[in-house]
Design a protein around this ligand. Structure first.
Ligand code: CUA
Length: 320
């Protein structure tokens, strides 16, 4: 059975764009609509004129001569200057929005984002680590410092109008300030492998007091028993992309009945999966590979707290 990650739908309140839910979104939308309506206007004027000219100046009789008029100085100056001013205006609108979207306010809270195939990890200033769920306070600027453990990904929250490549070896940043509480989806906007379309998450925008409580509980509204916390981690850390819980073979071994199972490793030895084996396989999966499976799982060393590793093991023990 697939563990659902419970991704909310994209909030929408108009035909064209997802609902604008950050401080910079209206500014970007304004730029979009200026370009959009300008394109509509020019389309109508140019295509309209073309159709009208085709009709008006069609050849009406045999031997008709073309007009001797070959240019108009006024017209040419006009259609050079008008677009020039329009483009300068567009540039100013664009550079203003770009500058605002690029530079985070000085009081922004820094959250570290780590992307890996196929999940998002968020590390808070107090050491709290969450996967797939980015809790943030409403009306407070948040700056994301992002890097990738493997390939190119792209962090995309359409409702905030933010999208930024997440690249191995360097940090990229983006910032936003959410303007209303609720949940909005995070998508990966750069094709990164077979699990790309499932590389989702959500931003949970909360009132400050609720956020403080959420963070104090390690990224949940209330403390969960280990196995339930493990179930949530399993769903939000990208595990179901490669591991089934019903015996189906995906990329990695099925994990139902894994605890206490004897398995042949790629070096021919047989290992019974106990707590230590599961722990090692989560934190450093390449150490011991089950025979017949490729060593493609990303290491979660540093991506999970001790408590979270315990919770995942407690969850796996329950999968019969
Ligand atoms: Cu990560 Cu697409």
């Amino acid at each position: 059975m697939m563990q659902e990650q419970n991704i909310p739908p994209i909030p929408v309140d108009s035909f064209w764009l997802p609902k604008a839910m950050s401080t910079i979104a209206p500014e970007l939308d304004e730029a979009f609509y200026i370009v959009y309506w300008m394109s509509v206007a020019f389309f109508v004027v140019i295509i309209g004129a073309m159709v009208w000219f085709m009709y008006q100046y069609r050849r009406k009789r045999e031997g008709e001569l073309t007009s001797p008029i070959d240019h108009s100085f006024k017209l040419e100056v006009g259609w050079s200057l008008l677009p020039t001013f329009l483009l300068i205006w567009l540039f100013l609108v664009g550079i203003k929005g770009y500058a605002n979207a690029s530079v985070a306010p000085g009081n922004a809270m820094d959250i570290k984002v780590t992307a890996q195939m196929y999940s998002w990890t968020f590390t808070y200033p107090d050491g709290t680590i969450t996967g797939g769920e980015l809790g943030v306070p409403v009306n407070k600027p948040v700056r994301l410092v992002m890097s990738s453990k493997d390939v190119l990904h792209s962090f995309y929250v359409s409702n905030f109008r933010v999208k930024q490549d997440v690249v191995p070896g360097i940090y990229t940043t983006l910032w936003f300030e959410a303007t209303e509480t609720g949940e909005v989806p995070i998508q990966c906007a750069e094709y990164c492998g077979t699990g790309h379309s499932q590389m989702m998450g959500k931003v949970i925008v909360m009132e400050q007091a609720k956020f403080d409580n959420w963070l104090a509980n390690g990224g949940t509204d209330e403390k969960l028993p280990p196995a339930q916390m493990g179930a949530k981690l399993f769903a939000t850390r990208g595990c179901p992309t490669c591991h089934s819980l019903d015996g189906t073979r995906i990329q990695g071994p099925a994990l139902n009945g894994v605890f206490g199972r004897s398995q042949t490793m790629s070096d021919g030895t047989t290992i019974t999966a106990d707590e230590n084996y599961l722990r090692e396989s989560i934190l450093n999966p390449q150490a011991k590979l089950v025979q017949g499976y490729p060593g493609v799982m990303p290491a979660f060393q540093g991506q999970l707290t001790e408590e979270q590793v315990d919770a995942l093991i407690a969850f796996l023990k329950e999968q019969k």
